[in-house]
Design a protein around this ligand. Structure first.
Ligand SMILES: NC(=O)c1ccc[n+]([C@@H]2O[C@H](COP(=O)([O-])OP(=O)(O)OC[C@H]3O[C@@H](n4cnc5c(N)ncnc54)[C@H](O)[C@@H]3O)[C@@H](O)[C@H]2O)c1
Length: 319
C-alpha cells in the first residue's frame, strides 16, 4: 500500500476534524458512519470544518510579516513557517481543496470501511457502551495489522482493550478541538500496548501534522487536562467563595506568570457548559455549602443567561 488508509469511526465535532486533517496530509480517509441520518449530520460538518481550515490557511498570508505570526499561524496546516510565502500558501490551499475532494469518503458498511485500513481512529460519543458495541462489531472485520486508537477524553484504553480483539494494537490518540491550530496529539497506551505499535502511532500523529506528546503510563485526563482541570477549578473556587473577581484573578495570573490568558479567559474558550459538566461530576457539587456547589450555581446562572463563552459572544467577558 502506497498511501495509507485511515478510517475514522464517528463523524462528530472531533471525528470530522481528525478525518479532514488526515485527508489534508494526503491520507486516503474514510469516515465510517452508522446510518444515513449520520451522513446528514456529518456532511455539513465536513463542509464547515474544511472551509474553516482553508480560511485559516489563507488568513496566514497576513501573518507572514507580523512579528507575532510565528505564534499565530495554523500549526497543523503549515509545517515550515520560516520559509512561508503568500504564493506557497495559495498553492497549499489549492492542493488542500483537491485533497478534501479526492481523499474523503463516507462508508456505512463497516466491513468495507475498515478493509485495508492502516489505522482506525475511534472518535465516537463518550459513552462506554457505544464504544464497546462498535469495537465488538469491528474486531473480526479488521485486517490483522490494523492499529486501533481511541480519541476518548475521559475513558482509559485499559477499559476497552479486551473488547478490541487486538489489545496489543490498541491505545489512545487524543486530539484537541480545532486540531488544525491546536495540533497536540497525546499518545497513551495501556499496559498491554505493544511498544512498536505505540511508536507507529507517534509517527502517524506526526505524519498528520500533529505534535505527538507521549505518556509513559495511563493517566485519566492525559497530561493537559491533569493540569488544566485543577487549575481552572482553583480559579473558580476563588470566584465562588468571593475571594476575588474573574478580572482580578486573570490579571494576577497573567502578570505573575507571563501567560497570555488567565483562567477565566480559558474558561470562555472551553465553554461554560463544559466547565459546568466537569464540576457537576464531582460528588461535592451535590452538597449544599461546598465550593463545588457554589461554582455549579454560579455557572448555571451564567449559562441560563446565555453567557456560555466565546462562541456565544459572552462568557466571563464580552466578545
Ligand atoms: N469535543 C471535544 O472538544 C473533544 C476533544 C478531544 C476528544 N474528544 C473525544 O472525542 C470523542 C468524540 O467527541 P465529539 O465531541 O466529536 O462528539 P460528538 O457528539 O460531536 O460526535 C460523536 C459521534 O459519535 C457517533 N456515535 C455515537 N454513538 C455511536 C454508535 N453507537 N455507533 C456509531 N457512531 C456513534 C455520533 O453519531 C457522532 O457522529 C469523544 O470520545 C470525546 O471524549 C472530544
Amino acid at each position: 500500500m502506497d498511501v495509507k488508509k485511515v478510517v475514522v469511526a464517528g463523524g462528530g465535532v472531533l471525528g470530522t476534524q481528525i478525518g479532514l486533517m488526515c485527508a489534508y496530509q494526503g491520507f486516503d480517509t474514510t469516515f465510517w458512519l452508522r446510518s444515513e441520518s449520520s451522513i446528514g449530520r456529518t456532511q455539513p460538518k465536513i463542509e464547515r470544518y474544511s472551509a474553516l481550515m482553508l480560511e485559516d490557511l489563507l488568513k496566514a498570508k497576513a501573518l507572514i510579516d507580523n512579528p507575532m505570526g510565528a505564534f499565530m499561524y495554523p500549526k497543523g496546516l503549515i509545517r515550515d513557517w520560516n520559509s512561508m510565502t503568500a504564493e506557497k500558501i495559495d498553492k497549499m490551499a489549492e492542493d488542500a481543496k483537491k485533497r478534501f475532494a479526492e481523499n474523503v469518503h463516507i462508508e456505512l458498511d463497516m466491513a468495507a470501511a475498515v478493509k485495508d485500513a492502516y489505522i482506525v481512529i475511534e472518535s465516537m460519543s463518550e459513552n462506554p457502551e457505544a464504544k464497546i458495541g462498535v469495537y465488538t462489531a469491528m474486531k473480526d472485520l479488521l485486517d490483522e495489522d490494523t492499529i486501533l486508537v481511541t480519541n476518548s477524553s475521559t475513558l482509559l484504553p485499559s477499559m476497552f482493550a479486551e473488547y478490541t480483539g487486538r489489545p496489543e494494537k490498541y491505545c489512545s490518540l487524543h486530539f484537541a478541538n480545532t486540531i488544525w491550530k491546536n495540533n497536540t496529539a497525546e499518545v497513551m497506551g495501556h499496559a498491554g500496548t505493544d511498544p512498536e505499535v505505540f511508536r507507529k502511532v507517534v509517527a502517524f500523529a506526526a505524519d498528520i501534522g500533529m505534535v505527538p506528546l507521549q505518556l509513559h503510563k495511563e493517566q485519566p485526563g492525559y497530561i493537559l487536562n491533569s493540569m488544566l482541570v485543577p487549575f481552572l477549578s482553583a480559579a473558580q473556587g476563588l470566584w465562588a467563595n468571593g475571594v476575588s473577581d474573574p478580572e482580578t484573578i486573570d490579571l494576577t495570573w497573567r502578570l505573575a506568570t507571563g501567560a497570555p490568558a488567565g483562567p477565566f479567559q480559558v474558561l470562555d474558550i472551553v465553554g461554560l457548559e463544559t466547565a459546568y459538566n466537569i464540576n457537576q461530576m464531582k460528588p461535592a457539587a451535590q452538597q449544599e455549602g461546598t465550593t463545588e456547589y457554589k461554582i455549579g450555581q454560579l455557572l448555571k446562572e451564567k449559562i441560563d443567561r446565555g453567557e456560555k463563552g466565546v462562541n456565544f459572544g459572552k462568557g466571563f467577558y464580552e466578545y
